[in-house]
Design a protein around this ligand. Structure first.
Ligand code: HDE
Length: 714
């Protein structure tokens, strides 16, 4: 009997079995075989016929009297709510935070002081610029918004996967977002910054240069939400029981390390699976391999803030981990998918001003502006000040106040009293447990002003760039050339190169060369000269913080009928031990029969399973299978893309003719192209896969590579 080794991921989701039946009037009725109760109207009235509207005669007009029809259409017509003005495309999941180390010396927040305390949470990952239906692999910042349902109220850390931002003052946010999103006359481009308006604004906004380095790096094309950092960005405050404040920056670090895709891969993933990131997270959680992050803090006092090279209130700056190490205090696991996308992911309303006793704000002008914007935007989106009563937004601790009425009020004060103070009873302030703002001393002249301490726009951009490995620097150069090559106006390209000269002359030269500029424009006049003495920081590189094993990553196994069953079985066994995810990619989606009679169930037909969907690939085929696939364009792309994207490739000897026809000759094989025959070299292959890519392969197969390395390394 055939054994289905192909334990497929998600293929269990068969449509609920529908059977058809001819109704009394000869109409087709569909009956769910797994019906659970009688269909009713919103008023609870049982419905007899949900297939046909009420009419006069066989072919007559529909009657207004049909209240069920009208209610159904009315409700459908009003299903949409406005999408978020930014971060419209997102994906939310539930999890739990566990505290391992108390911060009781700094804060009264119980979530951060009671070791072992488990706090339920909801996280929504997102892209910024694209509309709700846009593709996941846009080059963009990723949102990493977290709602902790603490015992003392909800605490939201509305974070990103990049620790700095484009602008320093919230008043510029509408301009930034207008410039990034579709141009207003033509309504495109969608979900991309590669257009004139974005780069026009950026090139006129030098404070964005540090952020631009991050957005042009591979941080902006993550492989998965599971392999991304999260950053609270701003400086916040922890407040102890005496009211003393300590500055803090929040960090989320994935325990599986960082990983991104290549730009050429991103472009192809967007076509092959626009839902790549959300599907990845859904699969990881539903398969029982939930992702985990550590929560870390950088703590510092006024003395450090005063001595630091930059202003800790400036959101375009980081505090390097080498200067203030990130202290890990706990971790969270995201292990539950939503029951309903709209109810949870769409209706969740994060607000930066949602803080709990012991946590407060700094004067970062971006944060101060956000504290207005988030509450305001929820009213627009959710339509009522009672959005806090929607289950996903409601705290999991008691809520007690005299706020009342408004659209959709589900929670009104009961009894006679709805004001305070009163002599009837009801909730009262609690000066001990209640929230107290940090009593900071503030004084100054009222003015529309930007502090001089915010005016160094290039030093940390340079520090980020020099902290990258050469291959990562190359990707930044490639991204800048790609994006700016899409700008029609020459002066925008020139202005950007003028800024880059203040970051790194090698980078500027490469970008100018890639754009075909005849001569280098003079450097942009900088308010503050670029510091070249800031030391590189390893924490800023993705590759240096990559995974330690292939666990949690995904292997695509291209198999054909007659492929060696013992090799496939050993591979599957080794993957299970990590554990790593795998899918069989087969000529027909039904699956294949291996040479020992084993049945391998295909998850993807080759046309639907390009190698860009996998972290590494294996090609295990029969001689006849290889000959057949050698005639198939998508099979050849599977191999040539995997090689071109620097992936590790395992194969059995029979696959070689397919490789040759795909353009991968034996003379091209490097340490990442590994023949597998037995368990020992299969394990060695999977160990090697921990590196995710063979980075130096790119230098041999990309024409621009040599010039880049030469220019940036002097
Ligand atoms: Fe946001 N941002 N933002 N932002 N932001 C929104 O709020 C805003 C900023 C971030 O998954 C909006 O509910 C202003 C920085 C995330 O629901 C809106 C400024 C950071 C999300 C808004 C910023 C973020 C948003 C739109 C400049 C990283 C998605 C819908 C001062 C620390 C939350 C909404 C979710 C969403 C305003 C800058 C992160 C309009 C005015 C910096 C992750 O209120």
């Amino acid at each position: 009997m055939n054994t289905p080794i192909g334990k497929d991921i998600g293929a269990q989701s068969h449509a609920a079995g529908f059977e058809t039946e001819t109704g009394p009037g000869g109409e087709l009725h569909q009956l769910a075989s797994s019906a659970t109760g009688t269909l009713t109207s919103q008023q609870g009235v049982p419905i007899a016929d949900d297939q046909n509207s009420l009419k006069i005669g066989q072919r007559g007009p529909t009657l207004l009297e049909d209240f069920h029809f009208r209610e159904k259409i009315f409700h459908f017509d009003h299903e949409r709510i406005p999408e978020r003005v930014v971060h419209a495309r997102g994906f939310g999941v539930h999890g739990t935070f566990r505290l391992d180390e108390s911060l009781a010396d700094y804060t009264t927040a119980k979530m951060l002081t009671e070791v072992g305390e488990q706090t339920p949470m909801f996280v929504r990952f997102s892209t910024v610029a694209g509309n709700k239906g846009s593709a996941d692999l846009a080059r963009d910042v990723r949102g990493f918004a977290v709602k902790f349902y603490t015992k003392e109220g909800n605490w939201d850390v509305v974070a990103n996967n990049i620790p700095v931002f484009f602008i320093q003052d919230a008043i510029k946010f509408p301009d930034l977002i207008h410039a990034a999103k579709q141009e207003p006359d033509r309504g495109f481009p969608q979900a991309q910054t590669a257009h004139d308006n974005f780069w026009d604004f950026i090139s006129l906004t030098p404070e964005s240069m540090h952020m631009i380095m991050w957005v042009m790096s591979d941080r902006a094309i993550p492989r998965s939400f599971r392999f991304m950092d999260g950053f609270g960005v701003h400086t916040f405050r922890l407040i102890d029981e005496k009211g003393k404040g300590t500055f803090v920056k929040f960090h989320f670090k994935p325990t599986m390390g960082l990983q991104s895709v290549m730009w050429n891969e991103a472009v192809k993933i967007n076509g092959a699976d626009p839902d790549f990131h959300r599907r990845d997270l859904w699969d990881a959680i539903t398969m029982g391999t939930p992702p985990e992050w550590e929560l870390g803090v950088q703590l510092f006092d006024d003395e450090f803030a005063d001595a630091f090279e930059f202003d800790v209130l400036d959101a375009t700056k980081i505090i390097p981990e080498e200067q203030i190490p990130v202290r890990r205090i706990g971790s969270f696991v995201l292990d539950r998918v939503v029951d309903n996308f709209f109810a949870e992911t769409e209706q969740v309303a994060f607000c930066t001003q949602n803080v709990v006793p012991g946590i407060g704000f700094s004067n970062d002008p971006l944060l101060q502006g956000r504290n207005f914007s988030y509450l305001d935007t929820q009213l627009k989106r959710l339509g009522s000040p009672n959005f806090t009563q929607i289950p996903i937004n409601a705290p999991k601790c008691p809520v007690n106040n005299f706020q009342q009425d408004g659209h959709m009020a589900m929670r009104n004060p009961s009894g006679r009293v709805n004001y305070e103070p009163n002599s009837w009873g009801g909730p009262r302030e609690d000066p001990v447990r209640g929230y107290r703002h940090h009593a900071s001393e503030e004084m100054g002249r009222k003015a529309q002003i930007r502090s001089g301490s915010f005016s160094d726009h290039y030093s940390q951009a340079r520090q980020f760039f020099v902290s990258q490995l050469p291959i990562e620097q190359k990707h930044i150069g490639d991204a800048l050339v790609f994006e700016l090559s899409k700008c029609e106006r020459l002066e925008i390209r020139e202005r950007m190169v003028a800024h880059l000269r203040n970051v790194d002359e090698g980078l500027a030269a490469v970008v100018a060369g890639g754009l075909g500029l005849r001569e280098l424009p003079p450097p942009h006049p900088a308010a503050v000269p670029t510091r070249t003495d800031l030391p590189p920081s390893d924490a800023l590189s993705i590759v240096k913080r990559g995974p330690v094993s292939f666990a949690g990553r995904k292997l695509g196994i291209l198999v054909t009928d007659g492929a060696p069953g013992n090799v496939v079985e050993a591979l599957v066994h080794a993957l299970g031990a990590l554990p790593a995810i795998y899918e069989f990619v087969t000529p027909q989606v039904g699956g294949v029969v291996l040479d020992d009679g084993t049945f391998a169930e295909g998850k993807q037909k080759i046309d639907g399973g390009p190698s860009v969907l996998y972290d590494a690939v294996a090609v295990v085929v029969s001689k006849a299978g290889a000959a057949m696939l050698a005639e198939d364009k998508t099979a050849k792309d599977f191999v040539s893309d995997a090689f071109g994207h620097g992936k590790f490739i395992a194969y059995n000897a029979e696959a070689l003719p397919l490789f040759e026809r795909s353009g991968l000759l034996e003379s091209d094989h490097d340490e990442g192209v590994v023949q597998i025959t037995e368990p020992a070299n299969i394990e060695a292959f999977l160990d090697a896969c921990a590196a995710v890519r063979v980075w130096n392969r790119e230098l041999k197969i990309d024409l621009d590579a040599a010039a880049f390395i030469e220019a940036t390394r002097g």
